[in-house]
Design a protein around this ligand. Structure first.
Ligand code: HEC
Length: 159
């Protein structure tokens, strides 16, 4: 039985029409073709079903499962590319749900890869990453400062 399946898969791979992108194989295709989502939140379990259904019509589900994509930006780009392929049949809403699932899944299953990528990106975008919170902090600062100065001496603000 297993042998038959394997043989069929091999035959399919070998007879691949090379001009079709769908027939391109990725090493990711050879990895596991499902994710154990039993410990994921309920909504992500639902989203997984959508992902499994929509992202396996043109290629293996193993491809998106095992590819070394992990960051939100990578998933955003990928899901958008896939959604716009002819006959993808993925609505914008569905795409968002799937993208959120992939981002969540990467944060669990590809935790170290994600950390590694964020670190690598960090050296290039350390600036954007830290200024964001600090600009948020400075936006919030006037209110806090005003509140704390009015309740304290206010000595610190006058100079
Ligand atoms: C309409 C067909 C189609 C659907 C549906 C589809 N893909 Fe693809 N996918 C492709 C093709 C074709 C390739 C080969 C590379 C290319 O042409 O972009 C590919 C390649 C990929 C790759 C390999 C790396 C890369 O970025 O090209 C990933 C990852 C991937 N798809 C993820 C997904 C996900 C996630 C979904 C569901 C949201 C999905 N695909 C749905 C056609 C599809």
């Amino acid at each position: 039985m297993k042998l038959i399946v394997l043989t069929a898969a091999l035959a399919a791979a070998l007879s691949a029409r090379p001009a079709r992108a769908q027939d391109q194989t990725f090493s990711a295709d050879n990895g596991p073709d499902s994710i154990d989502v039993s410990k994921y939140p309920k909504d992500q379990q639902e989203a997984y079903k959508l992902f499994a259904q929509k992202c396996s019509t043109c290629h293996t589900l193993a491809r998106p499962i095992n590819i070394d994509y992990a960051t939100p930006a990578e998933w955003d780009k990928t899901v958008n590319t896939m959604r716009h392929k002819p006959h993808a049949g993925i609505s914008e809403d569905t795409a968002k749900t799937i993208e959120n699932f992939l981002i969540y899944d990467s944060s669990v299953r590809k935790k170290s890869l994600l950390a590694q990528k964020e670190k690598a990106a960090g050296s290039a975008s350390a600036a954007p990453a830290s200024p964001a919170p600090s600009s948020a902090a400075s936006a919030a600062a006037p209110a806090t400062t005003a509140a704390s100065t009015s309740s304290s001496s206010g000595a610190g603000t006058k100079n």
